[in-house]
Design a protein around this ligand. Sequence first.
Ligand SMILES: [Zn+2]
Length: 70
Amino acid sequence: MTKQTGIAGRFGPRYGSSLRKKWKEIMERRYDEHVCPFCRTTGSVRRVASGIWYCRKCETKWAGYAYTPS
Ligand SMILES: [Zn+2]
C-alpha cells in the first residue's frame, strides 16, 4: 500500500522537476528578445502563432520555427 506511493513519491517529483525545468526553458525562450533576420532589430520580434513571427519594426511576417524565429 505504502510501497506504491513510495515509488511514485521517489521517482515522480524527480522526473517531474526535470520535465518542468525543460518546459520552463522552452517557455522562457519563447519570450526571449529575438533578432529580426530582416532589419536586425532586437526586441521587436514577436511570435504571433506557432512558427509565425512578426517584426514590429519593419512589419515583416515570416515563417520560422515554433520557438525561435529562424
Ligand atoms: Zn524587422
